[in-house]
Design a binder for this molecule. Structure first.
Ligand SMILES: *Cc1c(COP(=O)(O)O)cnc(C)c1O
Length: 401
């Protein structure tokens, strides 16, 4: 299969790329290599395993000739990595034991003591915490671009800025950044760029095509897609990725376990059909919420009042299932009451699985821009249930409100 594989279509890539039944007794699914160690035939083979391979074949894009130890690479997890690298238009992908393990590894791979990072306020809050609090102890400082434009990033740059950390769209207020413009500015100043692409997935947005250096994902969300694993992945060009695998990958060691790698591949096989259904259901719900008399605003790219229509058109080829909305009644208690009365939406933090979820939160005005007031948002993950069940549930909760 793999030797004859030449499709570039996402559906076929998700179904087949990286699988090689002939290597596994014809097994149509790559088995779970639940082992830490791979042994060699001879000492010579072991000693020569890391001798550079000109053809770039072998595990980790040819970094080695054979598998030797699961902290370095594992054949089960490698199937998922091959699919994700291809989908993101990167050379190599590296799985980690969580999205945060991937994010922290990617960030650390770009920084030294004394460096400065620019990010946006709406960034995923543990990533925000890692950048602003944790990395301080290594002498890293952080500034914020007050908006998503190139000019906002340019204003925030200092002589020691070495990283722009992006998340577009962000996962609570769905704010976007100008990926191509920001990546071009970064390149002109020798600044690295990382983009969290969990919301759009590589099916609907490919930051590497806009010049971003590294893409990170919480594979716990859509890539896994079944709320049964915690996983992360970093994707990029070969040189950056090999450095990241040798340093943060091997030294920090937050490797994905083979069983989770296997479940991740199982999730990826259906990513295109799942995402199409999430997108269709979410668009229906978003537009009906937008029309509803009790709703003040819907946060979902591509709505009639989209604040960033240019970026939506240029960067996103589709929309996923995560959206937020604001009630006209701005009390937190009203939002809690609405969420508590839903029957098909679980109350919880995560998203990207098959199931619908809801969450209410007071969001700091800083997330929306300078001098903006705090707002109470209800975030919904629109799952794969029947869309009319999901809408009727919401509609009756809105009526009761
Ligand atoms: C969940 C999430 C993460 C973190 O992923 P984990 O797998 O939970 O570590 C990072 N970024 C975004 C946008 C997320 O939603």
């Amino acid at each position: 299969m793999s030797t004859r594989f030449d499709s570039r279509n996402a559906e076929t890539v998700c179904a087949h790329l990286g699988d090689d039944p002939a290597q596994h007794n014809g097994a149509v699914i790559t088995p779970i290599y639940q082992n830490s160690l791979f042994v060699m035939e001879t000492m010579d083979e072991l000693v020569a395993n890391y001798v550079p391979n000109q053809e770039n074949t072998g595990p980790v894009g040819g970094m080695m000739r054979k598998f030797d130890y699961t902290r370095t690479a594992n054949p089960t997890t490698e199937v998922a990595e091959k699919k994700i690298a291809f989908l993101e238009h990167g050379d190599l992908a590296r799985c980690f034991s969580s999205g945060m393990a991937a994010i922290s590894a990617a960030i650390m791979s770009t920084l030294h003591a004394g460096d400065h990072v620019v990010t946006v306020r709406s960034v995923y809050s543990p990533a925000h915490h890692f950048l602003t609090d944790y990395l301080q102890r290594y002498g890293i400082s952080v500034g914020f671009a007050e908006g998503g434009s190139v000019a906002d990033f340019e204003r925030a740059v200092r002589p020691n800025t070495r990283l722009f950390y992006l998340e577009s769209p962000s996962s609570f207020v769905m704010e976007q950044q100008d990926l191509e413009g920001i990546a071009a500015l970064a390149k002109s100043r020798d600044i690295a760029t990382i983009c969290d692409n969990s919301w759009a997935t590589p099916l609907y947005q490919r930051p590497l095509d806009f010049g971003v250096d590294l893409v990170v994902h919480s594979a716990t969300k859509y890539l896994g897609g079944h709320s049964d694993i915690v996983a992360g992945v970093v994707v990029g060009k070969r040189e950056r990725m090999l450095k990241l695998v040798r340093e943060e990958g091997l030294l920090l060691g937050a490797v994905l376990d083979p069983f989770s790698g296997w479940l991740l591949t199982r999730g990826l096989r259906t990513l295109p059909v799942r995402l199409a259904q999430h997108a269709q259901n979410a668009a229906t719900i978003a537009h009906r919420l937008f029309e509803h008399k009790s709703v003040a605003r819907v946060y979902y790219p591509g709505m009639p009042d989209d604040k960033q229509p240019g970026l939506t058109a240029k960067q996103l080829s589709g929309r996923s299932g995560l959206l937020s909305f604001e009630l006209k009644n701005t009390e937190l208690t009203a939002a809690y009451k609405l969420v508590n009365s839903l029957k098909y939406y679980g109350i919880g933090y995560s998203w990207g699985g098959f199931e619908s979820l809801a969450l209410a939160r007071r969001v700091s005005g800083e997330m929306f821009g300078v001098n903006e007031p705090d707002r109470v948002l209800i975030r919904l993950h629109i799952g794969l249930e029947h869309v009319e069940d999901l809408w009727h549930d919401l509609e009756s909760a809105l009526e009761r409100n």
